[in-house]
Design a protein around this ligand. Sequence first.
Ligand SMILES: O=C[C@H](O)[C@H](O)COP(=O)(O)O
Ligand SMILES: C=C(OP(=O)(O)O)C(=O)O
Length: 513
Amino acid sequence: MADHASPRLPGTVCRGAEGAPLVCDASVALTPTPASTRQTPSRPLVAYAYSCGVSFPSLEQLRTLNPQQQPTYPDAAAVDGVVGQLRSRPPLVFAGECDELRGKLANVAEGRSFLLQGGDCAETFAGVTAQNVKNKLQVLLAMSVVLTYAGQVPVVKVGRIAGQYAKPRSKDTETRDGVTLPSFRGDAVNGFDFTEAARVPDPARLLDVYNASAATLNLTRAFVTGGFADLRSIHSWNATFVRSAGVVERYERLAEEIERAMAFMVACGIEDESMRTVDFYSSHEALLLDYEQAMTRIDSRSQLPYNTSGHFIWIGERTRQLTGAHVELLRSVRNPIGVKLGPTATGEDALAIADRLDPDREPGRITFITRMGAGRVRENLPRVIEEVEASGRKPVWVCDPMHGNTFEAANGYKTRAFSQIVDEINGFFDVHDRLGSWPGGVHIELTGDDVTECVGGVNELTEADLENRYETACDPRLNRNQSLELAFTVAERLTDGRINRINPVQEFTPVEF
Ligand SMILES: O=C[C@H](O)[C@H](O)COP(=O)(O)O
Ligand SMILES: C=C(OP(=O)(O)O)C(=O)O
């Protein structure tokens, strides 16, 4: 074990200020790792405590906690090898960016802004193309403009992007025509093809996840800062929407209004950087413990651990066990954390998880993503909100109207009805309105393409249409027009009496002419 004064080496274990061992950050590595201190795959990873005394679990410890939804790899040594390689890779996101997002989410929790989180149900390696990433950004930017302008709220933009490659499944196996194989668990785990070979979990895919996420993030950063997100190109974000839809005309009218407003601002001398770039963050479900634990790094500024695989990570409905491995891992990292709450979640469950993940009640740390289903949201959500808010906690409340509203169409396609998605969102707003809490955001599975996966919406897709372009690797997503239509629906609920809360009248400084 190296002492603290030694050069810090990736993956080495050294003594912290109080004698507690800590794992050093690859970003502060000074010299190549000498063979004697190299973390070999077969050597157990050492649990450590960082200076403030919170312990960070080793993979061995996590594995004793009966982790749910993990792949069963045929070769444990191969997993260790991959984990070792991931530990030495550079971080994908930076601690300071995660802090910045946490600060923005604190504003959302206070009712001062709104979270738009959206993207694929399951990203795929084949989907890492410039066109795909651009289409997804385009639809998210268009939605965010609708929310900002029509809804009159500042919008925090987070993609389900650059890491959303692993899926929890209801069943371990899938049967087709009498043949039973392991379920597809996302490109991070196994192959989509229904063959025995494809469905074997392969740990080398975790390195592909890293590479695909890095490429996606790189492109995303370039798009959002390189002119693509310039509000003055607002019309061009619309170029690829299906023209016939009424929702597109509505968007065009709004884009024209924004252009006029911007021209007015420019004429008044009010033009700044915020019109040209946007802040955009990545997020995914932190499902695969091998990957998420290996991607944790010690921030060289604060000496605290951050999961560097994405800015915002969430714990799914199936893995939120209070003393389970996922909660144990995420309680020890500093990123803002989401927790999905399904229809059976109680206020007591939510409070217990919040206390475990966020004992210090740090603003912006916890986001509860509720996904109760349209039929249950009005009945089940109030109790959860009431109990959590009565404790004095102020989490971000977000509605995921997708996961509680999935059904199988008569022709066998897994689908969702646009009307039910809207109904759950309306239920979410109704409940928050009644309780006086802040409906802080929406979490949507969507794509920038014109797929036919969800029925209804402006183009009135029917079950028969599903077979035309059903391309999701897991759950059905809203297509471009449905996503935009949803943004207008949410914007209407936001303007409904809320503008004053978000933009309280401020001291007015007259512009000099
Ligand atoms: O996206 C969420 C889950 O991974 C998905 O709904 C599970 O789908 P399944 O019920 O077909 O396994
Ligand atoms: C699996 C997901 O959701 P949930 O945990 O809510 O089922 C998801 O959002 O991809």
